[in-house]
Design a protein around this ligand. Structure first.
Ligand code: ZN
Length: 178
């Protein structure tokens, strides 16, 4: 018994520590009342139940298309290889000019809002209802991977065409002179 008591204490400590470690994202998300806890998008998706109903803050690139609905405008925000659906007010949505695609990098934004693991308003989907949106960087067009290749191919074909024509003319001229 004398040996088992401290052991039990140790076990309880371990359980408490692991519980605290597990709860820490919630503690971070709650923080000061009304504050938004920073979260990564992959974390929100993987540990969704921990963030359920919490005020969270994410940063990422706005991608895809704006989808206007009766209660706001949907966009997708991408960071660290994962994207999440974010519902914006029409006013906030209008501040986003460029959405990322294959040919361009979208606006980079910071979203503060409420996270829902299974949103009751939106068919049980995982989403974020944005309350504050701030733009961190403007989007821009990105050099398209295929276009320069196409351009150089076109240029090469054009060049070989003129070279062939020049060679043919030269040969014709030689034939005439000889
Ligand atoms: Zn929702």
């Amino acid at each position: 018994m004398k040996i088992q008591l401290p052991r039990r204490g140790v076990i309880i400590m371990v359980i408490l520590i692991s519980l605290l470690a597990e709860l820490s994202p919630i503690a971070a998300a709650e923080g000061v009342a009304g504050a938004y806890g920073k979260a990564s998008i992959p974390d929100l998706i993987e540990k969704a139940s921990m963030y359920e109903g919490k005020r969270i803050e994410i940063e990422g690139e706005v991608i895809g298309d704006k989808m206007a609905r009766s209660d706001g405008v949907w966009v997708a925000v991408l960071a660290d290889g994962a994207a999440i659906g974010v519902l914006l007010s029409p006013n906030d949505a209008s501040s986003i000019a460029l959405l990322g695609s294959y040919a361009r990098i979208g606006d980079r934004v910071r979203i503060q809002g409420i996270f829902h693991r299974a949103c009751p308003d939106h068919g049980g989907d995982l989403d974020v209802h944005a309350e504050h949106v701030s733009k961190l960087a403007e989007g821009h067009a990105t050099p398209h991977a295929i276009v320069p290749a196409r351009v150089s191919w076109g240029f090469a074909l054009c060049l070989s065409g003129t070279t062939l024509a020049a060679l043919w003319r030269l040969r014709e001229r030689r034939r005439k002179t000889s």
